[in-house]
Write a protein that binds this ligand. Structure first.
Ligand code: CA
Ligand code: CA
Length: 195
């Protein structure tokens, strides 16, 4: 008995090659949809939010530590104001001093020994160091951090949350806070603070 080998259908390699881009496209579409669906979940948004809040607290405390180290070294704060408690932002004026740029060591500068009090190496959230070594520091939502310093040295500062109320103030030397996700310093519900 003879077997009819010609009746067996051989796979058409040209067909399978032609189908590959279609399969790839379909896979990419499905995967993209899944990723998009995950990004829209409340779980993901909550995870990002917690991660941002964690970053803010770490950064704010790092900034407070840097200002404290500056004071321990120079016996003054990195501001020119002496008579009133200073409220400043984490802009170039402050950060260049804490980073020890060349400008901050010039005549009349606040950091003549160019000591780097704020770490610029490695992954530091919100700090983009420029060519001259200077930078400004922003929170995950794009605003500067706000800093209040006991520049008059009486051991306390006004509570920035209740500036118009005649309260005893806070027994703190350095306060650092962020405007929070809404970017508004006046809305304290979401503001993040070090005290
Ligand atoms: Ca004070
Ligand atoms: Ca706010």
């Amino acid at each position: 008995m003879q077997t009819d080998t010609t009746s067996k259908k051989l796979p058409n390699t040209n067909d399978s090659h032609a189908a590959l881009p279609v399969i790839r496209w379909a896979l990419i579409t499905v995967l993209s949809s899944l990723v998009l669906a995950f990004l829209l979940t409340p779980l993901f948004r909550k995870a990002v939010q917690f991660s941002d809040l964690d970053t803010v607290h770490q950064t704010a405390n790092q900034l407070k530590l840097a200002i404290s180290a500056f004071h321990a070294n120079y016996r003054k704060y990195p501001v020119n104001a002496r008579v009133a408690d200073a409220v400043i932002d984490s802009d170039h004026e402050l950060m260049d001093v804490l980073l020890g740029t060349e400008t901050s060591a010039k005549k009349g500068g606040l950091n003549p020994h160019r000591i780097a009090f704020y770490p610029s190496q490695g992954s530091r959230h919100g700090l983009k160091v420029k060519g001259n070594g200077g930078s400004e520091l922003r929170d995950p939502w794009g605003s500067f951090y706000r800093v209040q310093i006991d520049a008059d040295g009486d051991g306390e500062v006004d509570n920035p949350r209740t500036p118009d109320i005649d309260d005893p103030g806070l027994q703190e030397s350095i306060l650092v806070w962020s405007a929070g996700p809404d970017g508004d310093f006046d809305t304290w519900e979401d503001n993040q603070k070090t005290w």
